[in-house]
Ligand binder design. Structure first.
Ligand code: AGP
Length: 606
């Protein structure tokens, strides 16, 4: 949510900032801006809309030459997307970029207005810029410290002062921020892909840490003004993994990366054919003793948790509650010492999930993070971490991250069930073997995209759609439905197939196509009955099921056949056509697939 960057070095700052911002545009894309030290002053250029608008504006104005500056790509929270509300904000003395939310900005604004400050924008960020100006008496660190003591909320800040033309100051609380070092050059960024073109060496700022970037070096201070040393990290993502390559969209590329992501995620965690999660400290003894499990996450990650619930309860016989993080944190959940809370997150920075983690720890529960981004806040704060090795996921619509969240959920469920004695060694090995074969099966589904393109062509003019399923198919339908609505803008809902006739079936007409997921063979006949019910009311029906199963034409107008594995693992296969259907529908509707309207990749505000 908002991307911030900064560069100080010998290169053309404007070029570096624009390039780095292009790697962060997935974090927000309603406006962008840069501010650069040039000829003894700070010059700013901002533009509403995509980064391309800023580039054009810079081109027409002759650009800004310089070697030290900051940049921002925005997802609006306070004030509509406009040139004025775009970052950077500031004046001739100090200019900033900000990611996060300043909760007490109104009080600060009123106070500063009383001192004669005039505000131009509707943003919370401008209050920080003005507060810095107010406290600045020649010592930038003192001004930052005093400002920090007055602001509440979440923030990552990049700051430049007119009097310090070769220095960037950066401060973090809650919103992610890295400081990176190349050869005689330094960077700040919200996320690693922004710097990969220049260096892989970076430092992760923690809450209350201030970075000072100057002369090709980064130094750090705490808020008492004391020097601190930090460990340098080396990014294990390469530039190629953060590029589109020959694919038209990141989403399509990421869908195709799934077989490899699964293999990379599970292989190191399988020993002698059995799941082994000891790398994160989760011993069989610990697993055996948990009384309740909670899975807490948002959006797609929460949907992975729903699949986990079905699987863990079925084979591990332990109650699992799945919660949306924004609800969990405010519903005063009943947590006790013997409970395990699993936090699932691609970014590891989702504000509600992070707060749910903190709440769980305060209540004495153990916490396990299933996270993709190394060193992210959720990963750092949880008691146990299992990384999903999906590589960078750039498309706003999550695909490969979901897939590997499922993979880890399965390994976890298998090991837990085995530890509890509800799954025999033989059965555990068999299921683990099936899991290892999933990448091949996903690969084979990816070779038959025509059927998904056909379904997309049938959906493209719809305004409403239903996804139905039972059991694991229902859990998966939720993800299919979310994927479609977020990138195609077609309204869709997912429903437990058996629940339809308790109200929702009244919506079904010939204008309401229905996608039924029917991979759970013990429930197949029941789901088929529900499909017949909607077909009898005029709905066009599309059924996702095993290739070998024949589906009569009085049930399905169109069948999407997928290979067979154990029913427990079928969501990992059935999700692929659902992702592709959403993708092709979005393409046919002419939408910006990777950057759907109103959304941003990493939701770091609640
Ligand atoms: C999925 O396509 C979404 N864009 C969204 O639901 C996402 O999964 C959610 O915001 C959670 O993000 P996280 O995994 O980074 O925590």
């Amino acid at each position: 949510m908002c991307g911030i960057v900064g560069y100080v070095g010998k290169r053309d700052c404007s070029e570096v900032l624009l390039d780095a911002l292009s790697k962060l545009e997935y974090r927000g894309y309603d406006s962008a801006g840069i501010a650069i030290h040039t000829d003894g002053e700070i010059k700013t250029c901002k533009a509403k809309g995509r980064l391309a608008n800023l580039e054009e504006k810079l081109r027409l104005s002759g650009g800004i030459k310089g070697h030290c500056g900051i940049g921002h790509t925005r997802w609006a929270t306070h004030g509509e997307p406009s040139d004025i509300n775009s970052h950077p904000h500031g004046n001739a003395t100090v200019t900033i970029v900000h990611n996060g939310i300043i909760e007490n900005y109104k009080a600060i604004k009123t106070r500063l207005e009383g001192k004669g400050y005039v505000f131009q924008s509707q943003t919370d960020t401008e209050t920080v810029a003005k507060l810095l100006d107010y406290y600045y008496k020649g010592d930038p660190i003192e001004a930052i410290r005093r400002t920090e003591s007055k602001i509440e909320g979440s923030y990552a800040l990049g700051i430049i002062f007119k009097d310090f033309p070769n220095t960037i100051f950066a401060l973090r609380k809650d919103s992610p921020l890295i400081a990176a070092v190349g050869e005689d050059e330094c960077f700040i960024a919200s996320d690693v892909p922004a710097i990969l073109n220049y260096t892989k060496n970076y430092y992760l700022l923690e809450a209350g840490e201030l970075a000072i970037l100057k002369d090709g070096k980064v130094s750090f201070k705490n808020l008492d003004g004391e020097d601190i040393t930090k460990e340098m990290l080396v990014a294990d993502w390469d530039m190629e993994s953060a590029m589109k390559g020959n694919y038209e969209h990141f989403m399509l590329k990421e869908i195709h990366e799934q077989p490899n992501s699964i293999t990379t995620t599970i292989t190191p965690r399988i020993v002698d054919g059995m799941p082994n999660l000891e790398e994160c400290g989760m011993t069989e003894e610990l697993l055996r003793n948990y009384k309740n499990i909670f899975v807490v996450a948002c959006g797609t990650a929460m949907h992975a948790g729903l699949v986990g619930k079905y699987v863990i309860e079925k084979i591990g016989r332990i109650p699992v509650t799945v919660d949306v993080a924004s609800e969990f944190r405010y519903r005063n959940p009943i947590l006790t010492k013997g409970d395990l809370v699993i936090l699932v997150s691609q970014s590891g920075e989702t504000a509600d999930t992070l707060e749910a983690l903190r709440l769980s720890k305060r209540n004495g529960a153990s916490t396990l993070a299933i996270v993709n981004v190394k060193g992210s806040s959720i990963a750092r704060e949880a008691d146990f971490v299992l990384y999903t090795h999906a590589g960078p996921e750039i498309a706003v619509a999550s695909t490969k991250a979901y897939m590997v969240q499922l993979a880890v959920m399965y390994l976890f469920a298998f090991e837990l069930a085995h530890a509890k004695g509800t799954l025999s060694t033989e059965e555990c090995k068999r299921l683990t073997g099936e899991l290892c074969n999933i990448p091949n099966l996903v690969e084979s589904i990816l070779k038959q995209k025509d059927n998904c393109q056909y379904v997309a062509s049938q959906l493209v003019n719809s305004e409403n759609l239903l996804y139905i399923g039972r059991g694991l198919d229902y859990a998966l339908s939720m993800e299919g439905s979310l994927k479609l609505k977020e990138i195609s803008y077609i309204h869709s809902e997912s429903y437990a197939a058996g629940e339809l006739k308790h109200g929702t079936i009244s919506l079904v007409t010939e204008l309401m196509p229905v996608i039924a997921v029917a991979t759970q063979r013990e429930l197949f006949d029941k789901t088929v009955s529900n499909v017949k019910e909607v077909k009898a009311r005029g709905a066009k029906t599309f059924v996702v099921t095993h290739s070998y199963i024949n589906v009569d034409s009085d049930v399905a107008d169109y069948k999407i056949g997928i290979p067979t594995t154990d029913d427990l693992l079928m969501p990992m296969l059935a999700v692929v056509p659902l992702q592709l259907i959403a993708y092709y529908t979005s393409v046919l509707r002419g939408n910006d697939v990777d950057k759907p309207r109103n959304l941003a990749k990493s939701v770091t505000v609640e």
